[in-house]
Design a protein around this ligand. Structure first.
Ligand SMILES: Nc1ncnc2c1ncn2[C@@H]1O[C@H](COP(=O)(O)OP(=O)(O)OP(=O)(O)O)[C@@H](O)[C@H]1O
Length: 686
């Protein structure tokens, strides 16, 4: 590799530069139709044996290298073998982008329209029909289905894919499916013996899949379940490590990208970074460096990819790369498992990720936060596995081989490190207690107590931890319990219409207000039109109302321009309006009139929000700081808030962001008296 990086930076030396040169002599072969591709996948050779084993065993643990064909093929084999019966095959995915893109791929392989035989279901978006037999579903959505169908009787087979990720929802399913399987077996046996002839319940098959799984542990949990291995991968991935460790991973990623771009044959590049901030900063530097390249060099198309990016923008990574361009995808670990991004030949792995962790009150927290940390070996293997899906691939790790060897094998399960509030509520609705469920790894007792306390404070649980009617109503809403509580509180204050509008905006995957750090003055002046003196919640409502008024008369391009001028994210509005429809229909189901609206809505709306956000509130101290009402942390108002630098007696906020300070984001000012009587835990007059 010759030295061509911009800004004349020294090249990064990888441990097998020579090997890289040689490996390009391998051709990926001519492209073949989808069916031929299916037959060539490593898993295809073992198809019959696999079906036989699954038929014979209640639970099967399937291990196979990334790209061997597990996720796309196993559900189709089950269908072809008639194992879906009258029911469906569900395939769970920890991430929505994986569920939607896999469903599209499998629909294409079967030559059917997405939403017919093959569909998907993720939060706020479902593309399925009466004839759907294979459903890719986010783990969270399957948990929600449990609430209305505790035996998941619509499914004949449930495939827990990427089980190694051990998200809270996956662990919840791992535990629930174990007892559901027993109950369904008993029901089916009873039916055979004529005890319950009307029962439509059939036995359930469980398949657990991953490329990087502690298979023995899963097997033990499921009564020594059968472990199967799929051998081999379709295309090789050559892995390179840096010769020496790197100090600045963003800078190193920049250099590695241009080394590939200038020296290597065509093929898109996927760079893994920990979070949105790093992605935005690298995006800017890549674009500015690319502009300075000679005109003869292929153009670069940068596509960011992180969870809070609207789904339509995320979908850009899957669209074909224009000719004479090289796509450079900058992604968090949301692109790490399951997905195939067509065109990606090179992966650059910074070795870093953000991990959600619950900061306990003892450490000044009491909330989930994201911390940057080293990835695990399992993640490194998954990241490398995103190359080599359509032909030979290359993975450049920006850390040494020794550092790789020292990485932890896998991440601590989410159940051991995240807030459990929603899960506790869901279990309560199923008549269970988190403490008594047989989890693969039991949760930390302090987290369970914190969740129970939150649910008690917002009225979901009574004094003996029993589920209240209010709690059951909260669980019906597809949002966090505290947001559901706000909606329910709005009923008493007669402002459900306004509150649902704001909650819909808060539940969207990206923020309504664009926050571009170097344009804060321009943003502040554009936003002043909508500013509500009480703070961000009613400012959001004003902006939404202004948008809707304008949209009544303007066409699509003027609407877009208007949003640009006002630094509003139009996609967030579109998403929020969809969410609003769902929340309105949930209101209908729980007997709430969503049309209830107040002309002067400030007090009723803020009173409703205070009920749900009582744990997310802080009081002004004599020294000018804000101290949490329920907790020990001193928080600052986020600079992006309409209340930044303001001193008001009390604030409520949507979230805390943990950087060099603890910042409250999405802030409104409320009179202290609003806290009176909101919760039984608060002393009078606080
Ligand atoms: N959207 C797609 N476009 C092109 N090829 C695809 C697509 N999805 C899957 N493939 C092809 O099918 C192969 C198998 O994909 P599949 O997701 O089934 O593998 P897997 O074993 O589940 O991998 P992983 O463990 O990484 O999820 C890929 O390597 C790729 O060749």
């Amino acid at each position: 590799m010759s030295l061509h990086t911009p800004r004349k930076k020294p090249r990064i030396h990888f441990d097998d530069d020579e090997g890289l040169r040689k490996s390009h002599s391998t051709s990926s072969g001519p492209s073949s139709p989808l069916q031929k591709q299916r037959e060539q996948l490593p898993i295809a050779k073992g198809r019959d044996a696999l079906i036989r084993e699954i038929r014979e065993n209640d639970v099967t643990i399937l291990l196979g290298e990334t790209g061997s064909g597990k996720t796309t093929q196993v559900p189709q084999y089950l269908l072809e073998a008639g194992m879906a019966g009258k029911g469906m095959v569900a395939v769970t995915q920890p991430r929505r982008v994986a569920a939607t893109s896999l469903a599209a791929r499998v629909a294409a392989e079967r030559g059917v329209k997405l939403g017919s035989l093959v569909g998907y279901s993720v939060r706020f978006d479902e593309v399925c029909g009466a004839d759907t037999k294979i459903k890719y579903v986010s783990d969270g959505m399957l948990v929600r289905e449990l609430l209305s169908d505790p035996l998941l009787s619509r499914y004949s087979v449930i495939v827990l894919d990427e089980a190694h990720e051990r998200t809270l929802r996956t662990d919840f399913l791992i535990a629930s499916l174990k007892s559901i399987q027993v109950k369904r077996k008993q029901a089916a046996d009873g039916k055979r013996k004529g005890k319950s002839p009307s029962s439509e319940i059939n036995p359930l098959k469980i398949i657990v899949m991953s490329a990087t799984l502690d298979a023995e542990k899963f097997s033990r949990f499921y009564h020594n379940a059968r472990i199967l291995y799929v051998k081999g991968r379709q295309h090789p991935v050559k892995i390179f490590h840096t010769a020496v460790s790197q100090t600045d991973y963003v800078e190193s990623a920049l250099r590695a990208f241009f080394q590939i771009h200038l020296d290597q044959p065509p093929g898109d590049v996927l760079i893994f970074l920990p979070g949105q901030e790093d992605i935005e900063s690298l995006e800017k530097t890549i674009i500015s460096h690319a502009k300075r390249l000679p005109v003869s060099v292929t153009n670069v198309l940068v596509c960011p990819m992180y969870a809070s990016l609207p789904p339509s923008q995320q979908a850009r990574i899957f669209s074909a790369t224009p000719s004479k361009m090289r796509k450079c995808i900058l992604a968090t670990n949301i692109a790490e498992t399951s997905i195939t991004i067509p065109g990606v030949k090179y992966v650059i792995d910074t070795g870093k990720c953000k991990e959600k962790r619950y900061l306990s009150k003892d450490t000044g927290g009491g909330f989930d936060t994201l911390l940057t940390r080293d990835i695990t070996k399992a993640s490194a293997l998954q990241r490398a596995g995103r190359a080599g899906r359509e032909g030979p691939g290359f993975c450049f790790r920006l850390y040494t081989e020794e550092a790789f060897n020292n990485l932890a094998a896998s991440l601590e399960p989410e159940i051991r490190r995240c807030s459990l509030t929603q899960s506790v509520l869901e279990l309560k609705c199923l008549g269970q207690d988190l403490e008594t469920v047989e989890f693969m790894d039991p949760p930390d007792i302090n987290s369970v107590i914190a969740a129970l306390k939150t649910l008690w404070i917002i009225g979901a649980l009574g004094n003996s931890n029993e589920l209240t009617p209010l709690g059951r109503q909260m669980a019906s809403f597809p949002v966090e319990p505290y947001l559901a509580r706000i909606i329910l509180a709005s009923s008493a204050h007669g402002c459900t219409s306004e509150v649902i509008d704001i909650v819909s905006l808060l539940s969207s995957s990206s923020s309504l207000f664009l926050d571009i750090s170097d344009q804060r003055d321009a943003i502040a002046s554009a936003r002043s039109k909508f500013r509500h003196p009480s703070g961000d919640h009613l400012t959001m409502l004003n902006a939404l109302r202004a948008y809707q008024e304008m949209a009544e008369t303007e066409n699509k391009s003027s609407r877009k321009e208007w949003c640009k001028q006002h630094f509003l994210n139009e996609r967030t509005i579109a998403e929020a309006l969809k969410i609003r429809d769902q929340l309105r229909s949930t209101c209908g189901r729980v007997g709430l009139d969503w049309r209830a609206s107040k002309k002067d809505s400030e007090e009723p709306v803020l009173r409703s929000f205070t009920v749900g956000l009582v744990q997310q509130s802080a009081l002004l101290q004599p020294d000018g700081s804000y101290k949490q009402l329920m907790g020990h942390s001193v928080v600052k108002i986020h600079p992006g808030s309409t209340l930044a630098d303001k001193k008001v007696p009390a604030i409520i906020f949507d979230e805390l962001v943990y950087t060099n300070h603890i910042y409250a984001r999405g802030v409104s000012s409320v009179p202290r008296s609003y806290f009176n009587g909101v919760t039984p835990a608060l002393p009078n007059g606080s």
